[in-house]
Structure formats: C-alpha cells, structure tokens
Ligand binder design. Structure first.
Ligand SMILES: [Zn+2]
Length: 428
C-alpha cells in the first residue's frame, strides 16, 4: 500500500510529536523578554543550529541602529532558507521570538515549560513559541516526505514584535527580505486558533494632544489659564460628539471580538500640572495653575476609513472647543500610525490554508481580522507583499496572561495544516 502525500505528512508529524513538545519547551526555556530584549542571540543560535541540521541555510541578522538595538541588548533575527529542486514559489513562516513581561498571578514557573496533560505552560507558549515550533516541525516533515519539492521554504524568528517590530520584521523588510521576487507566500503563526485564518488588522493612529495654559499662583487662578480645565472641555466634547460618532462606524472586516467591529478610541494616558513626586516625598505639592495638559489617544480605524479623515475628526473637535473658549490653544503630535491591511480571500495563501484546514479538521475555515496590529503591517507596507496571513495554534485570549499555555494537539493539527499548505504550493 502506498500512502498519499497527505497521509505521509500526517504520519510524519505524528511521529514527531515528542520532538514538537521538546522543541516548544526548549524555546520557552530561553526567556526572550521584551522589553528590554533578553537572550535574542541565544534563541537565534539555538534555532540556527537546529535548522542547519535540517538542511537550511541559516543567517543571523542584527538590526543595527533599529529602535531598541544596543550593544547590551542587540536585536538579533534569524532567517533560514531551504531550497527545493528547481524553480518555484517561496513559502515563508515568520514568527516573533520575543515575549512580554511575566506579570502577576502565575501559579507555575513561567520559564520551566511544565507539561500537564495536553498543555505546555509558560510565557510565550501560545504567543508564539508554539506556533514557531509547529511551523518548524511542518517544514521538516514536508521536506522528509517530499524531498524533490519545488521552490523554497523560509523560516524566520524575529525580534521586537511586541514593541512594534522595528528591530525585527520591519528591518528585514527594509533589507528586501519580503520583496515579492524573493518571497511569494507568508504565514505568521500567531495564536489565532487552528481553524481560523486571520486576514489582517485594523489601522492605528496614536497621537498626543496638548492643551496650553499659563502658570500662576494657585490662590489667584484668574491670573493664569488652567490647561487641565481646557482638557476637561476637550474630553467633554469627545463624550458628547466623538464617541457617539465612532460607535456608528461599522466595518465589513470580520474583526474579532465583535466589539472591535467599529471604530474605537482609547485615552491611554493623561498628565497635567506638577509632576508626581516620588513615593518617599513627604512634603505637600506646590500650588500652581497648570500651564499644560497632555493626553495620548489610541484611535483604531477601519479599512473603510481614511487616515486623513480620522485625523480631521479630532482637529475639527479641537477647533469647535476653541470657538467656545477664547484663550484655548492646543497642539496635536503624531506618535505612530499604521494603515489597516486585509488580504483578499481568494489570495493563494488564503485558499490553500482554507483547503488544508478543511482536510485536517473536517470543517470549514473561519476568517477573522485582528483588532490590533502585528507584523503583517511591515510585510504589507515595506515588503509590498499582499499574499500574507496569520495562522497558528493557540487561544488568542491567553496571550500576555498568567499561566499562558499552548495545546499539544492544537500544535500538531496546525503543523499538519501548514505541511499541507507546503504540499499544495510547492509540490513538483
Ligand atoms: Zn504574538
């Protein structure tokens, strides 16, 4: 009896189950905390050695001069490429290797990678060392079952996704690593669940708004101009007009959770008046009229919206406050912006992943869009590559939480899906 390629891939991945668990545990045991960016070289060297043994050509690339890069905390990235026999497309799996801080509330050690039943626990287990391990096992099983494949497979492990990706995917994209002539298909194994394809994300605009006043003695506020009162008027105007407006803006993007299927705005911070004193300061504050007050806004916008219009809404609001308050003045400073991205449903990577999910899990794939951004933004904008999705094992809600875990069977199923995608796109 001869096995079909799909059957031999499934058998190859089942045979690698212990290896998948061991690899995931090894990755969790390297605490790549970001910030500040610890052990990036260690994890890249570990992966480089493994992928080198599997026949990949391995490069370790430091994002010199990128935000966060320093001699104490260098931003190391790994890119590994396995050429097939003859010309064809390149399928690239991109995972970030950094993890967020541990935080409070853990009942287990976050870096010993305890296994209990079908779960591996640890910081980064689901976001996203489990996905990285699944993609490596998928590639190794595919290469073993189909050694004469066409094209190429790339695996990257990149820095700093949790802090914007500038020392990771953005840097590699600027070096041409995601240009469409080099890479044709990208899967980012973020934990979106094994039966869902994430097509993209909403847009982001962060800005700082400052209201201006004039300092004076607090006992004679009429001699100054209180910037905090001006900010109060701005916030009242937001409550009265902007938040209700945003609630009416709905998207056709399949954003999860449902509450994020509209425009949203968060006020990330507010500061006004004298700076807060250190906790060991036992004196009283000095009485002054605050001469400035600042907020940081985090506006998430939809693919149907235009960024210039998003900014105009805020300027119009500030102008309407100004019309009512003669001494009011303000400044808006852009901090960060990312346009929304959404890969077409009929893109090759979407179609082949959907077919593979149906084959492995026996149910139709779900399509989702992330409320927040991830590294797809850099692949889309700098790399100009539109054929990109996020697909990987794990429950998104567990990301950044205490007692984070990834399911072993989920990783195995996701690896089978990834291997079938390789079979469909790279078969001779
Ligand atoms: Zn992640």
């Amino acid at each position: 009896m001869t096995l079909t390629l799909a059957e031999s891939l499934a058998a190859g991945i089942a045979a690698r189950r212990d290896d998948l668990v061991a690899l995931t545990r090894d990755l969790i045991r390297i605490p790549t905390l970001n910030p500040p960016g610890l052990n990036y070289l260690e994890i890249c060297e570990y992966l480089g050695e493994r992928l080198g043994r599997a026949g990949f050509t391995v490069e370790l690339i430091r994002a010199r001069g990128a935000p966060g890069d320093s001699s104490t905390h260098p931003r190391w990235n790994l890119v590994a490429r396995h050429e097939g026999q003859g010309a064809g497309d390149c399928v690239h799996f991109n995972s970030h290797h950094d993890v967020v801080e541990v935080g409070h509330g853990w009942t287990r050690d976050p870096f010993t990678a305890e296994v209990e039943g079908d779960r591996i626990y640890g910081r980064g287990a689901c976001d996203m060392k489990g996905g990285l391990a699944a993609s490596i096992i998928a590639a190794e099983a595919f290469i073993a079952a189909c050694p004469d494949f066409r094209g190429a497979i790339e695996i990257s492990a990149t820095a700093d996704e949790e802090s914007g990706g500038f020392g990771g995917v953005a840097y590699l994209a600027e070096q041409g690593r995601f240009s469409p002539d080099r890479v044709q298909h990208v899967i980012i194994p973020e934990p979106l669940h094994k039966d869902r394809i994430c097509l993209g994300h909403r847009g982001v605009w962060w800005a700082e708004i400052e209201t201006k006043g004039r300092i004076a003695h607090g006992s004679m506020p009429f001699l100054g101009d209180c910037a905090v009162r001006h900010m109060g008027a701005v916030l009242a105007e937001m409550e009265a007009t902007l938040f209700p407006l945003l609630a009416t803006k709905r998207t056709d993007m399949p954003v999860i959770p449902e509450g994020a299927r509209q425009s949203t705005l968060n006020i990330n911070a507010i500061h006004g008046g004298a700076v807060e004193q250190a906790e060991d300061y036992t004196g009283l504050p000095a009485p002054c009229v605050p001469d400035r007050c600042r907020i940081v806004i985090d506006r998430r916008f939809l693919i149907e919206e235009d960024l210039a219009e998003v900014k105009r809404e805020v300027t119009a609001l500030l102008e309407s406050v100004k019309a009512r308050r003669p001494s009011f003045d303000y400044e808006v400073r852009d901090l960060f912006e990312v346009r929304p991205v959404m890969t077409e449903r009929n893109a090759p990577i979407v179609r082949s992943t959907a077919a593979a999910i149906e084959k492995v899990l026996g149910r139709a794939a779900g399509y989702v869009v992330s409320p927040g951004t991830y590294d797809q933004k850099h692949i889309d904008r700098i790399g100009r590559l539109k054929n990109c999705i996020a697909y990987g094992p794990g429950v998104l809600d567990l990301a950044h939480q205490p007692d984070e875990w990834v399911g072993i069977t989920d990783m195995e199923d996701a690896a089978r899906v990834m291997a079938l995608v390789l079979a469909e796109l790279l078969q001779p």
